[in-house]
Write a protein that binds this ligand. Structure first.
Ligand code: COA
Length: 287
């Protein structure tokens, strides 16, 4: 599987140090219960942030809502930290989806496309709820929408590799030029900006890496709200999507890509939640 995580392994980069854990805090008043029902109008896209490292130690609790398949997948992780983060991210993906569906988190099932993109299984697929998830370091971002293809990508910024070499391998000529024109001190962040935008797009289409990364150009401009610049061979594809940078917290960069232009974002940073410094940050108060 291709990803920056995979690339970091290929380049023998050491795992980044884990940030200090924060004390546990609730998003509701009862043990991270996501209040239901959560409202998601057709013209909104919601972006949640989950601080996995703040909650992953309770893995046996989170494991209760996972399916047998998910539990088996969790057991295959080599390092405990990766297993715990996976379990926490799946549990909260389920809890948040259950909040929008007004259902029990453990009742949800997922189906997977040929390229492994998950969507809701048959019992809930007619509800039009679409989602995508990304994790990096100790956090996960989860995006939700109604009947729209959605892709999100977050990366923890790291500076211990040669940016230009990787850019030559994966970025389009236009993106490589844009990167080369920047002052050296700005290149690492620009690299991750480009990377997350490209991944958000291929995750939204669901193509994964079967879509060659050099077949489309994204902008490297910070905060750009229309970052898909061109697609090849059919440039008409460009106008079908909105690709934007989204907040991910200090030390991270993230992008979100959603089909259509007629939607607005509600993201975690606008409403840090009832708990204030909560590990699970939601974009809207329930109801
Ligand atoms: C999609 C992809 C680029 C994301 O990689 P990444 O940056 O390591 O991972 P992220 O944390 O951003 O996203 C992972 C999540 O994206 C989702 N996802 C997986 N495949 C996806 C796809 N094709 N499209 C969109 N989302 C996908 C899953 O929810 C996954 O979460 P999980 O690991 O908890 O199951 C990478 O997984 C990929 O290229 N997948 C394609 C695999 C493929 O083509 N398989 C074909 C086998 S024949």
């Amino acid at each position: 599987m291709f990803s920056f995580r995979w690339l970091a392994k290929e380049m023998n980069l050491k795992p980044l140090a884990i940030q200090g854990r924060r004390s546990l805090m609730n998003i509701g008043d009862s043990g991270y219960k996501v209040d239901a029902p959560l409202m998601l109008p057709d013209d909104e896209v919601h972006l949640w942030r989950v601080d996995l490292d703040a909650i992953r130690s309770e893995e046996f609790h989170w494991l209760k809502v996972l399916s047998e398949d998910e539990a088996k997948r969790a057991a295959r992780f080599h390092f405990p930290v990766d297993r715990e983060r996976f379990i926490a991210s799946r549990a909260f993906l389920r809890k948040i989806l259950a909040g929008y569906l007004d259902a029990a988190a453990s009742d949800l099932t997922f189906t997977y496309s040929k390229k492994e993109k998950p969507s809701l299984g048959p019992a809930f697929s007619n509800r039009g709820l679409t989602f995508n998830l990304s994790h990096s370091g100790g956090i996960a971002l989860c995006a939700f929408s109604r009947c729209r293809d959605v892709g999100v990508d977050v990366e923890q910024i790291r500076r211990d590799f040669e940016v230009e070499g990787i850019a030559r391998r994966f970025f389009s000529p236009h993106e490589q030029d844009e990167l080369a024109q920047l002052p050296a001190a700005e290149r690492v962040e620009a690299f991750f900006r480009c990377w997350t935008r490209k991944e958000a797009y291929i995750k939204a289409t669901g193509d994964g890496l079967s879509l060659p990364l050099t077949q489309f150009d994204v902008s490297l401009t910070p905060g750009c709200t229309n970052a898909l610049l061109s697609t090849r061979p059919d440039d008409a594809e460009t106008s079908l999507w909105k690709l934007i940078e989204v907040p991910a917290g200090s030390g991270y960069i993230a992008a979100l890509c959603v089909r259509g232009r007629d939607w607005k974002l509600k993201d975690w940073s606008a409403n840090p939640g009832k708990g204030g410094d909560s590990p699970v940050m939601f974009p809207v108060s329930p109801n």
